[in-house]
Design a protein around this ligand. Structure first.
Ligand code: 26Q
Length: 822
């Protein structure tokens, strides 16, 4: 049997130019003289993707032939960032394209800027998923990402008078050249209705679900190209469409308007990403989204990816479904339903298979961020799934009663069903019961999961719990975003580091090389200039590259403590205005913030207002002689991160110890040569261990100390009473100095800090200010600062997402790399 050939393309400038013009003329229907920037961008993107096609098709072909075990990464979010650069890198076309476009008088940079990034995620969790699929492809691991093709991604943030105003993210308005829709492969997903009893052919009484309505899931495939000739894996995102039944209703009912409304209702499911990344509201549409993408994905894998004659008893040999937090956990009862109701299996037989197919990653420690679904809602939307969850729980509790015969309290604590304040399904418990493994995302986080959040489960199943510390892809976050540093590194140690980041170790001796440090410093300076240009153009913000770039970029959350950094800034300002501090003695700094607040998170939006208000005051005050500046560009996203992070001198990772599960921005900064000021939290702990105490500005209470303070009863006002600097800073905010004399505007922030301060900002204030003084002192010795910055890069190799993937493979998945056939 001969395999049919796959078309290839010529990797030459002439070959590329030919393909590009063909796309422009035949794809876009324009000639070069009339082509808009968008025409050229689309033609260019389609041309580049053609060059990846051979590898994609051979990956799919070899997967079908070898039937190797795959990872299905189930995630409600994939925060991909722009695709063009990554595709150019993966296809090795960068130089050819630059030259080819130049020969046509086209500026590659202009086309790059035309791409709207797919913002299909909120922050860390979604970006992590994107890094992981990049690493899996690069490492030749058979895998598929499953998620939702939101028509609107994370909102676009604008500022009006310094207050956040959200605008819809219409990312598809000019078309996306990266997706491959397959409407013909749509799958049907049911909702609502009821469960009925019936007798099967053997007279056995069974139960089955009769959905009340259904929608279609249309798969959109995206290439996930590995770096340097590896696999091209697939990301499959589902889009909701109305079923034919809706159309028939139009025909039959005669109520055309009502039928069209129903259609809109179905298509709402994949309409918009929920912008909350903690304190999830139990919104029905959100549960619809979760079940929608998970049901589509399971059906897809079972019916399409597996061969038709596959024996599902062997499912665990072919797949592991990795649950990215609890958002896809409804997959567990769904697989049970498929096996029991649709395939006719016995319950025990189905459960034995199901519980080998899942593993669960937890990304939080905040109790309010743990998902629970009221039984009333779940039973209405997914009645059969609720029955299945009840049965899983009944059998689990029976098992517990055997293990703990005299401990009914413990058994109730561990129930998947919470009884208070309403009966609700605890999704994290369901995931823990069903998964082969449960992992946290940094050492400290995994330890706290075992000791606090899931302590009863860890006692019962000690071997189920493991850690995989997060990582980031060095392709996007070093190679692409920091070409200057990448060139320097490659010159020094060769280019193996791009796929084997531990090789950065080889830079360590160069930290003591004055010439290397000089060049390293030059690159950092050029990155600051590049950022200054972007901020001027993008946001009309002026920054001075000759200042220390002090950067805090992440979602706005009280636990992350943007207010702590703000108090430091306000305190500095207060001391300068009162003459306590001479402006000439202040280290010139640019304080950069980037942060979106969940639209309904009132306190977070207030804090954004305050940062902007303080920024306005400081930036306009001539007494500061431009030595202090606050830069808060709106709409922080992956694209901005790619220019902001390489320009940073100082990385702010100042969450209250025990609250940040891991953090991944912290890793990106380290790898780009920033030093960290941070608490003993999340992956900061591991960063500090690797880089050494002398190269990390540690401050603040440790997690056990936090627990102790809270236990004893925390009184923030005591810090206000006893710390004059803190008091002056808070008083200045309360006085209306940043709000045109209006004392009411920021009163809620001040009184929250004084009376509640859930995240102990006041308790850590002095330690933070002291640590910032150590930063100033260290920065004054420019050359020694550079030495430490080099060491941060050299010792950051551990934080490659390739390493994270190796850990998942070894500790959780037990899958193997498979190179595509030539
Ligand atoms: C859940 C239900 C309903 C609506 C929204 C949500 C929801 C959505 C997103 C809940 C949580 C998230 C995102 C959480 C997140 O990004 N967590 C971060 O994950 C990173 C990757 O592991 C960690 O580095 C961060 O520490 C953690 O905060």
């Amino acid at each position: 049997e001969t395999t049919p050939p796959i078309a290839t393309r010529e990797h030459t400038v002439e070959g590329f130019v030919r393909e590009f013009l063909r796309e422009l003329n035949f794809g876009q229907g324009v000639d070069l003289t009339r082509a808009s920037v968008n025409d050229k961008y689309l033609a260019m993107a389609r041309t580049v993707r053609h060059y990846l096609m051979t590898r994609w098709l051979s990956t799919l072909r070899s997967q079908a032939k070898l039937q190797a075990k795959s990872v299905a990464y189930l995630s409600a979010e994939f925060l991909l960032g722009r695709q063009l650069d990554n595709a150019l890198l993966a296809s090795g076309l960068e130089d050819i394209v630059k030259e080819g476009l130049a020969s046509l008088g086209i500026d590659l940079e202009e086309l790059r800027q035309a791409e709207i990034e797919p913002g299909l995620g909120n922050g860390g969790l979604g970006r992590l998923a994107a890094c992981f699929i990049d690493s899996l492809a690069t490492m030749n691991v058979p895998s598929i990402g499953y998620g939702i093709r939101y028509e609107y991604g994370i909102f676009k943030q604008t500022f009006v008078d310094g207050w956040q105003v959200e605008k819809p993210d219409d990312w598809l308005r000019l078309g996306s050249p990266w997706e491959f829709p397959h409407p013909e492969a749509a799958v049907k997903v049911g909702f609502g209705g009821h469960v009925e009893q019936y007798q099967d052919d053997d007279g056995v009484v069974k139960r089955r679900w009769v959905p009340g309505w259904s929608v279609l899931g249309v798969p959109y495939n995206y290439m996930v190209p590995g770096y340097d000739a590896g696999r091209v894996n697939t990301l499959r995102l589902w889009s909701a469409r109305a079923t034919r039944a809706f159309d028939l209703e139009i025909f039959n009912s005669g109520d055309y308007a009502e039928a069209v409304r129903a259609q809109t209702f179905a298509e709402n499911i994949s309409k918009v990403l929920y912008p909350e990344d903690s304190t999830p509201q139990g919104k029905e549409l959100r549960l619809q989204q979760q079940y929608f993408f998970v049901a589509c994905s399971i059906k897809d894998f079972v019916d399409q990816v597996l061969p038709a004659d596959f024996d599902l008893h062997k499912l665990p040999d072919r797949i592991v479904f990795q649950l990215n937090d609890t958002h896809p956990v409804i997959a567990v009862p769904e697989l049970m339903r498929v096996l029991v109701d649709e395939k006719g299996w016995e319950w025990d037989e189905a459960w034995a298979v199901t519980k080998q197919c899942f593993a669960y990653t937890c990304h939080t420690l905040l109790p309010e961020a743990l998902e629970v679904w009221p039984v009333e809602l779940l039973g209405r939307l997914l009645p059969r799934h609720l029955e299945i969850i009840y049965r899983i729980n009944d059998e689990f509790l029976a098992e517990l009663r055997v293990a703990y015969p005299n401990d009914e309290l413990r058994v109730r604590r561990m129930s998947i069903i919470a009884e208070y304040p309403v009966r609700a399904v605890r999704m994290a418990y369901l995931a823990t019961v069903a998964g082969t493994k449960v992992n946290g995302v940094a050492e400290l986080h995994s330890q706290l999961l075992r000791d606090k959040v899931l302590d009863d489960f860890a006692a019962y199943w000690p071997d189920k719990f493991t850690n995989v510390t997060n990582g980031v892809t060095p392709r996007r976050f070093v190679k692409l975003s920091n070409p200057g540093l990448s060139g320097l590194i490659t010159e020094a140690i060769g280019d193996g580091w791009v796929t084997d980041l531990d090789q950065l170790k080889g830079l360590e001796p160069l930290a003591d090389d004055a010439e290397f440090r000089r060049r390293f410093r030059e690159i950092k300076y050029a990155n600051k200039q590049r950022l200054a240009g972007v901020l001027a153009e993008r946001d009309n913000i002026v920054v001075n590259p000759d200042t220390l770039f002090d950067v805090m970029v992440k979602r706005l959350h009280e636990y992350k403590r943007q207010t702590l950094k703000l108090l430091h800034i306000v305190s500095l300002y207060e001391k300068i205005t009162t003459g306590e501090l001479a402006i000439g003695d202040v280290t010139p700094r640019t304080f950069a913030f980037g942060a979106k607040a969940a639209p309904g998170y009132v306190m977070a939006k207030q804090i954004i207002g305050l940062i902007n208000a303080v920024g306005r005051t400081i930036n306009d005050d001539p007494a500061l002689e431009g030595r202090l500046r606050v830069a808060f560009p709106a709409n922080y996203n992956v694209t901005l991160a790619e220019t902001l992070i390489p320009a940073a001198d100082l990385s702010e990772q100042i969450s209250l110890a025990g609250k940040e599960a891991s953090g991944t921005g912290n890793m990106k900064f380290m790898l780009n040569g920033a030093l960290t000021i941070g608490t003993d939290d999340g992956a900061n702990v591991e960063i500090r261990q690797l880089v050494g105490d002398e190269n990390f500005f540690l401050f603040g209470l440790t997690e056990p100390q936090v627990a102790e303070v809270v236990e004893r009863g925390y009184h923030p006002s005591a810090y206000y009473e006893t710390n004059l600097d803190l008091r002056n800073a808070l008083d200045l905010i309360a006085s209306g100095a940043f709000s045109g004399g209006d004392r009411a505007v920021f009163e809620p922030i001040v009184s929250n800090l004084l009376n509640e301060d859930r995240f102990l900002a006041l308790a850590d204030f002095q330690a933070y200010v002291d640590a910032q003084a150590r930063v100033d002192a260290a920065y004054a010795d420019t050359d020694d600062w550079t030495r430490r910055a080099v060491l941060n890069v050299a010792r950051g190799g551990f934080f490659s997402s390739d390493r994270s993937m190796r850990d998942y493979i070894e500790r959780i998945w037990h899958t193997y790399p498979v190179a595509p056939e030539a």
